[in-house]
Write a protein that binds this ligand. Structure first.
Ligand SMILES: [Zn+2]
Length: 369
């Protein structure tokens, strides 16, 4: 660091002595009004892209969150499969754009609806304004966010409710039955590195991972893997093994794809590879229980290996198994699951005791939707 300061100081001195270099062609004068219009246009494009990414993740993750509910013990919640907001819930830098593009105001409005969710089945659409649920009105303004979370949390999975929404000056009442889903919200980080993390409370996917996972089935495999880490309490277990309570917030389970700025974990890697293998194994059960095809799930690791050959060699000290190990283990799990299906057996992992899941699942209650 001192070297950097020294170099910067020398460069500054040299510039002062020799005079600043200037470009040959003078810069154009840009009219401030046009610049601000173009800024708004680009913010609008960025918001559209963000919503597209979130819609894709919602569509892929919703059935997985439902299928994994039996593994998530008490970290479950009733869900309609919508994301919603009013203008207060939007980050200030995008608030004007959201007001302009989505017509957001003080009242809560549906922003996205997950495909195949209770809301989609009931005909709820983006843009619908939330009015009431079972005659209890949704609040608007600054307090809307907290009140709606409490209201939706009070619903019971499997028990139908009357949801009233306003759509183009009409009031529509629909009967809607919430689904039980795992309560591990998914966040999309702006990082361009290819990775995903589970921190015991949430799942974080990078923008780079969404690009890399061109096929939705690849993204489903990654989400199911991270979901398994959270459901099986891997984060607190590793903390217990490695730090005995220190640096909890620094710890997260990555997916194991090396990229230049990948999250690194210091400390003991005791049982980490086994936890990774367990997450891969459970992920396949989650995918199968959600009705997704699993025959080609292992191919993901061949695509990873082609892009990141460092993954091919076995490394005993590494936190993750190698890509050939992960490919073969997934292939083997697929065989086991297909055999269970053929016999009509429940899609439940061998050796997993349902009663022990409550102890496995140690994540704190989150407040995400
Ligand atoms: Zn992992």
């Amino acid at each position: 660091m001192p070297n950097r300061i020294l170099i910067s100081t020398l460069l500054l001195l040299a510039a002062l002595i020799t005079g600043c270099a200037k470009p040959i062609i003078p810069n154009q004068e840009l009219p401030p009004a046009l610049l601000s219009l173009e800024q708004e246009k680009q913010r609008s494009l960025a918001l559209t892209e963000q919503l597209k990414r979130r819609q894709r993740v919602m569509n892929i993750s919703f059935p997985l969150m439902v299928a994994a509910a039996d593994f998530c013990a008490d970290k479950v919640k009733p869900s309609l499969g919508i994301s919603f907001s009013n203008k207060e819930g939007i980050d200030k830098s995008y608030r004007d754009t959201a007001i302009q593009d989505l017509g957001l105001g003080d009242a809560l409005q549906v922003i996205l609806v997950a495909e195949g969710s209770p809301a989609a089945t009931a005909g709820i659409a983006a843009g619908d304004v939330l009015v009431s649920v079972d005659d209890k009105p949704f609040k608007s303004g600054k307090k809307a966010g907290a009140s709606v979370k409490a209201l939706l949390a009070s619903l019971k999975a499997g028990q139908p409710v009357d949801l009233v929404v306003a759509r183009a000056d009409k009031t529509i009442t629909v009967e809607i039955t919430p689904s039980q889903i795992c309560d591990y919200p998914i966040l999309i980080s702006n990082q361009d590195t290819v990775n995903a993390y589970a921190n015991g409370r949430q799942i974080i996917l990078t923008k780079g991972l969404l690009r890399f996972s061109e096929q939705d089935s690849d993204l489903a495999l990654v989400i199911a893997h991270e979901l398994a880490h959270n459901a099986f309490g891997h984060v607190p277990k590793i903390v217990k093994n490695a730090f005995t309570g220190v640096a909890v917030d620094l710890l997260a389970f990555g997916f194991g794809i090396p990229s230049p700025a990948a999250f690194t974990i210091t400390g003991a890697n005791l049982h980490r590879q086994q936890f990774e293998a367990e997450a891969d194994h459970i992920a396949l059960y989650i995918l199968a229980r959600s009705g997704q095809p699993i025959d080609h799930a292992a191919d993901f690791w061949r695509r990873v290996a082609a892009e990141y050959p460092d993954q091919i060699d076995k490394n005993i000290g590494a936190s993750h198994p190698s890509s050939p190990e992960r490919f073969l283990a997934i292939e083997s799990t697929v065989k086991i699951i297909k055999e269970k299906r053929r016999r009509g057996d429940p899609l439940w992992p061998e050796g997993l005791n349902k009663k022990s899941l409550n102890k496995l699942n140690l994540g704190k209650k989150s407040d995400g939707q």
